[in-house]
Design a protein around this ligand. Structure first.
Ligand code: ADP
Ligand code: MG
Length: 400
């Protein structure tokens, strides 16, 4: 495994040092308040540990998409209250990211105090990864900590540039995420099963192409399974299906065969004529029995059971994408059943389970099992890029 420096590589006593800590504070907001503070909870251990060890902790984060200009509605000061509440600590807001205002604030902060810099994307140098901009920020810090895996797929000044200018360390959340990902795909215990679902093949093409060469079992569910079924000659009726991707789907199936990867597609499905919760036209049928006006909206109970048997033979599971239109009952059934089986096997100690993706996290929470997985990544884009087998610039820059 690639080595990263962590907070363990820093001296125990950091009194007098200034830590520049990149965090993810891009909280979902509703009426001026964060509707979910789990991102703050994720970075709390790093912030409090550095503080307890005596460092002055300066938090760097982006908030929304200000495109290189100041916007009062996108200031990180909007999440200062949430930060204070979750940390149970006072946090000083500093309306800049470099320059005399920051220097003055550092002079006021005592060892262990926490400061929150303004939205780093107010400055065009951030997204341009401008070395001069990174250097202006680096001037204020003795070392840099990156605890924002979710932003690591961007080569920006605060996620990448700074790591080359200051001694750089992975924070505790980053460290956990990297360890989980390493366990799932870096050097996993075989056999490995990848579950890929969601709406479309086109958004997950690179994921599928990367996985077929790495895992022993590939489960394809959700809307994208329809394209694969169509590639195998199944008439998918009115289902969501990317007919222009059929050749690509066939190429993936061929690659899988050559690589010794078994692809699992559903053979029974939940179908309906309308896209609605509990539709009257709901029925369960074999994939070969679909009517021309019917849509596949979930895998069926037999498919779910068969997939459960696949999970039982595997040691490692990596999962992105729901098995059906889980937002509508009963089309959550396949995803919920599979999630609960994975959770039970994880709790029994026979399976290492790592999942990620915006809708996937929501689906696992809906199934009530998010905490029973080995690791659930809330980093949407970064998690997908990692599943595509790409090197994330923010992670690469931390490599020791
Ligand atoms: P993630 O955010 O976890 O990466 P995606 O965004 O790729 O997942 O996919 C989630 C979406 O796929 C959900 O909105 C879900 O309703 C949709 N979906 C899953 N199965 C089907 C299906 N059979 N037909 C239509 N939409 C589906
Ligand atoms: Mg999604």
């Amino acid at each position: 495994m690639t080595r990263f420096k962590t907070l363990d590589d820093l001296p125990a006593n950091l009194t007098g040092q200034v830590a520049l800590v990149r965090v993810d504070l891009n909280l979902p907001m509703q009426e001026g308040r964060a509707s979910d503070v789990s991102r703050v909870e994720a970075v709390r251990p790093t912030i409090l540990e550095l503080s307890e060890r005596g460092a002055k902790v300066l938090l760097l984060a982006h908030f929304g998409r200000p495109k290189g200009k100041r916007h009062s509605t996108l200031s990180t000061s909007l999440v200062q209250g949430d930060l204070e509440r979750v940390l149970q600590r006072e946090v000083m807001f500093i309306p800049e990211v470099s320059g005399p205002v920051v220097a003055q604030a550092i002079g006021i902060l005592r060892p262990g105090d926490i400061g929150l810099l303004d939205n780093v994307r107010f400055w065009p140098g951030e997204e341009a990864n401008d070395p001069a901009f990174a250097a202006a920020m680096a001037e204020h810090g003795d070392f840099y900590v990156n605890d924002a895996f979710s932003a690591a797929h961007r080569a920006h000044a605060s996620t990448e540039g700074l790591a080359h200018l200051l001694p750089a360390y992975a924070g505790r959340a980053m460290e956990r995420e990297l360890a989980a990902l390493e366990q799932a795909l870096g050097s996993p215990q075989p056999p490995v099963v990848a579950v890929v679902g969601g709406a479309k093949v086109s958004t997950k093409l690179a994921v599928l192409q990367n996985l077929v060469g790495k895992v022993q079992h590939l489960v394809i569910g959700g809307g994208m399974a329809n394209t694969f079924l169509a590639a195998r000659g199944v008439n998918v009726g009115a289902s969501l299906c990317e007919h222009e991707m059929i050749e690509t789907a066939n190429a993936i199936l061929n690659t899988a065969e050559q690589a010794g990867c078994t692809v699992h597609l559903p053979y029974d499905v939940q179908v309906a004529r309308e896209f609605a919760a509990r539709p009257e036209s709901l029925r369960i049928c074999n994939v070969h029995e679909l009517g021309a006006d019917e849509m596949i909206l979930d895998i069926g109970p037999q498919a779910a059971e068969a997939l459960g048997d696949v999970l039982k033979t595997c040691r490692t599971l990596v999962w992105n994408g729901p098995m059906g239109a889980f937002e509508l009952e009963p089309f959550d059934a396949g995803t919920v059943a599979l999630a609960r089986m994975a959770a039970a096997l994880t709790q029994d100690g026979s399976l290492i389970s790592v999942a990620g993706g915006g809708d996937t996290v929501a689906a696992l929470a809906h199934a009530g099992v998010a905490d029973a997985f080995t690791y659930v990544s809330t980093a949407g884009g970064a998690f997908l890029e990692w599943m595509e087998g790409r090197r994330l610039p923010g992670v690469a820059a931390l490599e020791a």
